[in-house]
Design a protein around this ligand. Structure first.
Ligand SMILES: Nc1ncnc2c1ncn2[C@@H]1O[C@H](COP(=O)(O)OP(=O)(O)OP(=O)(O)O)[C@@H](O)[C@H]1O
Ligand SMILES: [Mg+2]
Length: 242
């Protein structure tokens, strides 16, 4: 059974960074096979993981009926295409979702996609999902299980309100995460107010090395082992991942 580690939270709080760091952590601990899923239409996980060119699931979906060779079923074609775009990197695979389906999209394609994704997911021990702030893919039912939900926020009231909305949305789509964890990222001090709303709260400090790395557009593997964010976030992962 795959273990799902899912990141959500308000825009710009550090979801993608922490998702990429989780992939790095799992790889270093030889906890594999790993699938990284970028569920943000404005994807940046590939860059953070050092992958330059990607083709998205949305591109496959939107062109499926046009490109499918005659005589091949939609199932067969989508399965071939998804396996083609599943980027095999050193120690992990990457699936980039792209845009959620638009109005003119064919249900047939989506239903087949959902089935194939759930089949493919079964091949991985760990699945790390980076979401967009709006949670479109989650509300459209692309996920049906979450082991750890990391809701990432900054030390701001608006961030906590967004976190509570996300918690509620996930409940509404019928997912009951085994763990709901709130991460106050880029923290400068402890916040008292949030304690009653989440089972667990962790603080990850602001890391100047990460900021510089991000400015230079370097990947997460370039971050030094002794950097502040690695020390504090790895400790959380060690405690929480089963
Ligand atoms: N602990 C931290 N210390 C310093 N900088 C950080 C920290 N966490 C994240 N950042 C920086 O904050 C910026 C936003 O981070 P990131 O892209 O991971 O957020 P996000 O929640 O995925 O954003 P979006 O909603 O746009 O997808 C990046 O430049 C990142 O390097
Ligand atoms: Mg992001």
């Amino acid at each position: 059974m795959s273990y799902y580690i899912v990141f959500a939270g308000k825009g710009g709080t550090g979801k993608s960074t922490l998702a990429a760091l989780t992939v790095r952590y799992l790889r270093e601990k030889f906890l594999k096979p790993i699938l990284a899923v970028d569920a943000d239409p404005n994807y940046c996980l590939p860059d953070l993981l050092g992958i330059k060119e990607v083709e998205t699931l949305a591109e496959i979906r939107d062109n499926a009926l046009l490109r499918k060779p005659d005589g091949m079923s939609l199932d067969e074609w989508l399965e071939i295409e998804i396996n083609r775009i599943l980027r095999e990197s050193e120690g992990f695979d990457l699936l980039v979702m792209g845009r959620p389906e638009g109005k003119g999209c064919y249900c047939a394609v989506n239903n087949v996609l959902k089935r194939i994704i759930s089949e493919i997911s079964g091949n991985y021990m760990y699945i790390v999902v980076d979401n967009e702030a709006g949670m479109e893919h989650i509300s459209r039912g692309i996920l049906d299980k979450i082991d750890i939900l990391f809701i990432v926020g900054t030390p701001a009231k608006s961030s906590i309100q967004a976190a509570l909305r996300i918690k509620e949305l996930i409940k509404q789509v019928g997912i009951n995460p085994k763990k709901n964890i709130f991460i106050v990222n880029q923290a400068t001090h402890k916040m008292d107010e949030i304690n009653r709303d989440f089972e667990k709260i962790f603080y990850v400090n602001f890391d100047v090395n990460l900021k510089k790395l991000s400015e230079r557009g370097e990947d997460i593997f370039s971050l030094q082992d002794n950097s502040a964010i690695i020390k504090s976030f790895y400790k959380i992962l060690e405690e929480e991942i089963e």
